[in-house]
Design a protein around this ligand. Sequence first.
Ligand code: GTP
Length: 548
Amino acid sequence: FETDSIRNFSIIAHIDHGKSTLADRLLELTGTISKETKNLQVLDKLPVERQRGITVKAQSASMFYNYKGKKYLLNLIDTPGHVDFNYEVSRSLAACQGTVLLVDSAQGIQAQTVANFYLAFSQNLTVIPVLNKIDLPGADIPKVENQINNTFEFEKDQILNISAKTGINIDQILPAIIERIPQPSGRRDGPFKALLFDSWYDTYVGVICLISIEGGSIKRGDKIISAHTGVSYDVMQVGIMSPEMKKFSGQVGYVVCNMKSISEAHVGDTFFHQNHPVKPFPGFRQPKPMVFAGLFPADSNEYSKLQDAINQLTLNDSSVTVFRETSAALGQGWRLGFLGTLHMDVFKQRLEEEYGIDVILSHPTVPYKCEKELIIKSPEDFPDRSKIKGDSTLFEPMVSATIITPKEYLGSILNLCSYHRGALSSNTFIDETRVMVSVKLPMSEIVTDFYDKMKSLSSGFASLDYEDAGYEESDLVKMEVLVNSKTVDALASVMHKSKVDLIGREYGGDVTRKMKLLNKQKEGKKRMKAIGQVEIPHEAFISLMTKS
Ligand code: GTP
């Protein structure tokens, strides 16, 4: 394939606006998959993705399509829709020249529509706006076209209207991709240069790297070098995902070389041919953990089984960080860092479902900092107040949040933001009925119940997206819980000074009530955790630790 008959594109959208459904329709239309798999969402492969109906890990698929007498190779790179996985979205976009921006024509523009548009826009991609779900009775095409025009400055004639579910106008998508998205810039005859944009571990094949080739080509037997580490590898297999691995020389595809572990596959790395060094790609920013939580086996005999499961899962998800942790109350465990609370929930669910291990996951906490250097991953790391000077040496992570809401809920949303220590930066109307609010909030407020409260006070209509906004000085304290004058490590937490009273009272009430109830139960007594001279029923203890 010459580069003028190749297009690399992705589909971006707010959660549930229909990306996976559209991807399936396109794979069917090109005969890449058969119609029998209808609505099975072939690109969402993890069981947790099927259950929750969300895409966690980006996958790619290549398809062939005849257009105006010419055969094209179209490489689709699927992207996750949830804010926790924004990092996967940006690395997928780096392998594309264009993207389909999908908007639900009943819901209109939502917070992640805006965030994803700007990610694509800042990477200079061609954006094709598409209204989906036009079959729904609640679809309001003129209204959503107007929002797209106001917010992203697309003209109406640039917008396609489709139903990914029923297939209406689905045949307009691939021609638009071919005509509007530029061909990749690479040259087949130049030196080999490829971007590593995703990788995973397969039990049979080993480490598989997804690459996007900017120039030159490779074949089995070639030697390639990682620009990041300088290590040389033998190319063992190359091909495209269509949707399974297929030996074919494409431009976005997979390469298997003799990497022993996934940790050798640095996303954002550049591969080149031995003896033909190239200027490497700038690389991706490393994903940073935004929440930390303690993880322990519910049954301490399952410690090594859990260790194996964590090793296996992190093989394919290098964005989880793992540290050992020992708790006086819960024994041996780990402190894990995640991109967000959904990422954390998905990880826990996979441990339980794919490995059958009962686990205890503590309250999530955000990475506070002391003196700009030391990261406080757990309350245990919190510095002794008497040893630090003044109040100004502690910092907490902040996020820039975008909220889109119908205007009737604006007042309550602004109150919610101020209750959660938010600082409003702007309010913009995206049409006569909807407002986009930009607000800076402490990350710790977001990881608790902000999202649920926002959803309930807007009857589900407001949406939220946020990105890292660095650190700010903060008046932080560590709250310790004493049971019979002894501190219990697993119940300690770090929080803003203004929250101490509220949370302390909730805790106290809970401990007393739960202990009273559970002490009544005879069986409860068999499984007590001895803390100092007081025994707390195991169930009460766990429910306090994991209460969200
Ligand atoms: P994430 O991967 O989690 O971001 O979601 P997604 O954007 O891939 O959405 P998905 O394709 O899973 O679709 C979400 C829901 O919308 C599913 O129940 C689909 O069946 C439904 N859906 C998708 N497209 C259409 C459409 O054109 N019309 C109607 N009525 N429903 C649709």
